[in-house]
Design a protein around this ligand. Structure first.
Ligand SMILES: Cc1ncc(COP(=O)(O)O)c(C=O)c1O
Length: 370
């Protein structure tokens, strides 16, 4: 049986013959801290059955960090095996097969996969320059979706972050649907160049703010910090108990050591600047050749979303033949979005690569009828 890209858990470009990988969506390994060194720093005491499922220090750190964004300080904190894990367990804690979930269009590949594998229906909400479009979200809610999954910053694939004004608009739409579960997947938070603006209004009783450590401490830590309301915390904990029981306290301790290390903070700040700069390199080259977006598009994250004015899939194939792996946009389609774009991962992009890639992209586009 052929397993689709969204279910394989690997970048769709992974099997491509291309030599230079601009498809993976991975962070730059050079900008990730040394987890083993952090662990060797000591202080780890193995947890036994019956121990609290969340490391006390990590919970306290998370509460202090999240409190200003949540305008609260009494919320429960949980730890999951990453943001995708948190999203899947939360959805399954409330929804059953056939229920509908509103997601961004285009959409993060793993979210599409999570919905499909769990028999949940996808309701696509188009993403504009400032995030989800409020009218489309309202229509999705009116149609009966039971949950909304939204990326407040560094939306994958477009790189868009929700502005203060848009967050307020989305919050006022959501306020009329207090029983709908709202999951904010703030996966890029620590390395984001954009401020966080909360879309979850106080009226919503089931909510989660999910923050992964994958992009700044490393995806192999498989860990996300999750703040929720009380009921969602209980349901999520139950879902963890029946499967993994708890996320290894060894991992939690390591993450806590990393989060409280000033050198790691410096590295994270450098990573933030580097990712923003590398995306700019590509944008400048694209602008010079008149490809892509008009000025004003400032993506956050590890990817640049390039509109082509023609089908993305054959362009991605032609680029692969020239040695470049990129993701064709149709892979990210939750609805109609994405067929005329490609996603280019810029996390490790050099100036020379930006130039050579854009030359090749221009040549491929030139050879194709628009
Ligand atoms: C929107 C979004 N959420 C979550 C993740 C991955 O998070 P995790 O590794 O914690 O599952 C990514 C990774 O690219 C992402 O783009």
């Amino acid at each position: 049986m052929r397993v689709p890209a969204w279910a394989r858990g690997e970048p769709a470009g992974a099997s491509s013959p291309a030599r230079i990988d601009l498809a993976s969506g991975n962070p730059d390994p050079e900008l990730l801290p040394d987890a083993l060194r952090a662990l060797r720093g000591g202080g780890y005491r193995p947890a036994l059955y019956g121990a609290p499922s969340v490391d006390r220090d990590l919970a306290a750190w998370t509460r202090a960090q999240f409190a200003p964004d949540l305008s609260a300080d009494g919320f429960p904190v949980l730890v999951t095996h990453g943001a995708v894990d948190a999203t899947e367990r939360l959805l399954n804690a409330y929804l059953t097969r056939g229920d509908a979930v509103a997601v961004e269009d285009p959409c993060f590949l793993a979210s599409i996969g999570t919905l499909r594998l769990n028999g949940l229906r996808t309701v696509a909400v188009p993403v504009g320059r400032e995030g989800m479009r409020p009218q489309a979200l309202r229509a999705a809610l009116e149609s009966g979706v039971r949950a909304v999954v939204c990326t407040p910053r560094a939306h994958n694939p477009t790189g868009v972050s929700i502005t203060r004004e848009r967050a307020a608009e989305l919050a006022s739409v959501l306020a009329a649907y207090p029983q709908v579960l709202v999951i904010e997947d703030d996966h890029f938070w620590a390395v984001s160049s954009a401020p966080y603006h909360r879309i979850t209004p106080p009226q919503v009783s089931r909510w989660a703010l999910v923050r992964s450590v994958s992009k700044f401490l490393g995806p192999d830590l498989r860990l996300a910090l999750v703040a929720t309301d009380e009921e969602s915390a209980q349901r999520l904990q139950t879902r963890l108990n029946t499967g993994t029981t708890w996320v290894s306290r060894l991992l939690q301790h390591t993450v806590y050591r990393l989060l409280s290390d000033p050198q790691v903070h410096e590295l994270t700040a450098r990573a933030r600047d580097a990712y923003a700069e590398r995306a700019s390199l590509l944008l400048a080259e694209l602008a010079e050749r008149g490809i892509g977006r008009p000025s004003g598009y400032r993506p956050d994250g590890l990817n640049v979303w390039v509109p082509l004015g023609t089908e993305g899939r054959p362009v991605a194939d032609a680029l692969a033949r020239r040695g470049w792996a990129v993701q064709p946009g149709h892979l990210f389609a939750a609805g109609a979005g994405g067929s005329q774009e490609i996603r280019v991962t810029t996390a490790t992009l050099t100036m020379q690569q930006a130039r050579e890639f854009t030359d090749d992209l221009a040549a491929v586009l030139h050879a194709r009828p628009a």
